[in-house]
Design a protein around this ligand. Structure first.
Ligand code: HEC
Length: 457
């Protein structure tokens, strides 16, 4: 799928030259000569090099003049189409913390640079590349735990693993952030990580058992996996599992909330459970990965622990009508959940697979007003961020949260995994990309006065 997309991008880039030339007569006040050092590098360094640098997750860098010049036409195309930087949410509907959205002027500058011959410009005008700390995007961690290294032979397909990352500490403590850092960002596709919290006396050692097993999607397979990883307590019972503590997607930066909000109670014995880690294909080359997890301690206990609910597939509110998508149809579904108490929403995560076409979520207050949450007019399976609001969003008791999705199971959908299209459902609760899901995950706090004015940035 990725290869097709890339080819498509390249073809369009060529066709696009004509379109780029067309937009030159818009009467904008652009510099007479757009140069790399003066105009283009600052845009790339602010919006692109977080991924387009060694270790950043994209497969090529956009740091030097030579690198950027080689991609000048594609850069013009992907920015004009707003495919890059990847930010599927519509910034005119709602804005989020850390959003990467280019201004119209930035886009025109990149286009003009591509068609005006991609001039380098005066060397002394070159800006400094932002300082990307190695091994973390969030600062200097207090503890670093290695994830079991993984070896992918040449031409291996997608791999989904269940991985245990255990630790022991001298005493119980708190953490403000747990961050997953990929060792080989070319192959680590995504990670969903939970947190297993042991009661000290109930587990002799957290280090026994194997550390990684192939993910099997049915419940029996999962339970067997958990046993191989030696996750249960010594008496066979299961410890507490906190969901979604450490997630990774290319370009996503770990969320530290203001002190006391969110964060984790870190018992002396624990383990992160990557459930799952997805390794992408390796083409002709073998690949190795040694990822790690960073922990940032906190002196402040998580006084206001973040809570979570989920609409849709496997969630607290059903998908309506059932998510059964007949071949050659476009299907609208929704999911609605009434909130019983006032809540403050921090972060939201819309989730669909390859047939997803668009996603919209909002809340309807008891008196009928609408609170906007997110609009994704052009669903992109590759970029499924956890979107954090700049300030918490208060949703009062009695409101209904509504999530609406549209699926395209026709041949017009270039991401349709089936040609000819087949019936696709979420009925087996499978996470395979070729089955579907419709989910809206909301992390929130019980509302306290003043929440809506507290900056999360
Ligand atoms: C969040 C990470 C991220 C950011 C930020 C980002 N990119 Fe990308 N970019 C990628 C990834 C990953 C790919 C490969 C996508 C694929 O192969 O489907 C890509 C692909 C591209 C391509 C397509 C290359 C080809 O194969 O034809 C271009 C051009 C590009 N990016 C330019 C940019 C520019 C310009 C910016 C900033 C304005 C930017 N990107 C910001 C991750 C990012």
């Amino acid at each position: 799928m990725i290869a097709t997309k890339k080819t498509k991008l390249l073809c369009y880039a060529v066709i696009c030259v004509a379109m780029l030339l067309g937009c030159q007569h818009g009467g904008e006040k652009l510099p007479d000569t757009v140069t790399f050092t003066e105009h283009v590098a600052p845009i790339l360094y602010n919006n692109c090099t977080v991924c387009h640098r060694p270790g950043g997750g994209a497969h090529f860098d956009l740091i030097t003049y030579q690198e950027a010049k080689k991609y000048a036409l594609s850069i013009g195309y992907v920015t004009k189409e707003r495919l890059m930087p990847p930010w599927p949410a519509d910034p005119h509907y709602t804005e989020f913390k850390g959003q990467r959205v280019l201004s119209e002027t930035d886009i025109k500058i990149l286009a003009k640079w591509a068609i005006d011959g991609s001039v380098e410009g005066p060397k002394e005008k070159m800006p400094h590349l932002p300082n990307y700390p190695t091994g973390s995007l969030a600062g200097m961690p207090d503890m670093r735990i290695a994830v079991a290294p993984y070896y992918l032979p040449a031409n291996s397909g997608d791999k989904f693993l269940l991985v245990k990352v255990p630790y022991e500490l001298p005493a119980d403590t708190f953490a403000s952030l747990v961050e997953f850092v990929p060792g080989n960002s070319n192959v680590v596709h995504h990670v969903n990580g939970d947190f297993v919290k042991y009661v000290f006396e109930k587990k002799k050692t957290v280090f026994a058992g194997v550390y990684a097993v192939d993910m099997v999607e049915d419940t029996a397979g999962l339970v067997k996996g958990f046993q191989k990883l030696d996750l249960p307590n010594d008496d066979g019972s299961y410890p507490v599992l906190q969901k979604s503590v450490v997630n990774y997607l290319p370009g996503a930066v770990g969320q530290k909330y203001p002190a006391g909000i969110g964060g984790y109670y870190l018992p002396r014995k624990g383990a992160f459970l990557l459930n799952d880690i997805h390794y992408g294909f390796t083409n002709k080359n073998e690949a190795r990965d040694s990822s790690h997890i960073n922990i940032f301690f906190s002196k402040v206990p998580p006084n206001r622990p973040v809570q979570e609910f989920q609409l849709g597939t496997l969630g607290a509110a059903p998908v309506e009508p059932d998510l059964v998508i007949q071949p050659n149809t476009v299907k609208n579904v929704s999911s609605r959940l009434k909130v019983a108490k006032d809540i403050s929403i921090l972060t939201i995560n819309p989730h669909m697979h390859l047939l997803g076409k668009s996603f919209l979520a909002y809340a309807i207050k008891p008196e009928g007003d609408t609170i906007r949450l997110i609009s994704i007019p052009r669903w992109d399976f590759s970029w499924q961020y956890f979107y954090t609001f700049k300030k918490m969003v208060k949703v009062p008791a009695g409101s209904t949260i509504v999530a609406e999705g549209i699926y395209d199971n026709t041949t017009h959908n270039p991401n349709n995994p089936n040609n000819p299209p087949l019936v696709v459902t979420d009925q087996n609760g499978s996470m395979k990309a070729t089955d579907e899901m419709f989910q809206f995950i909301v992390t929130y706090l019980p509302y306290q006065p003043g929440d809506e004015n507290l900056s999360l940035e």
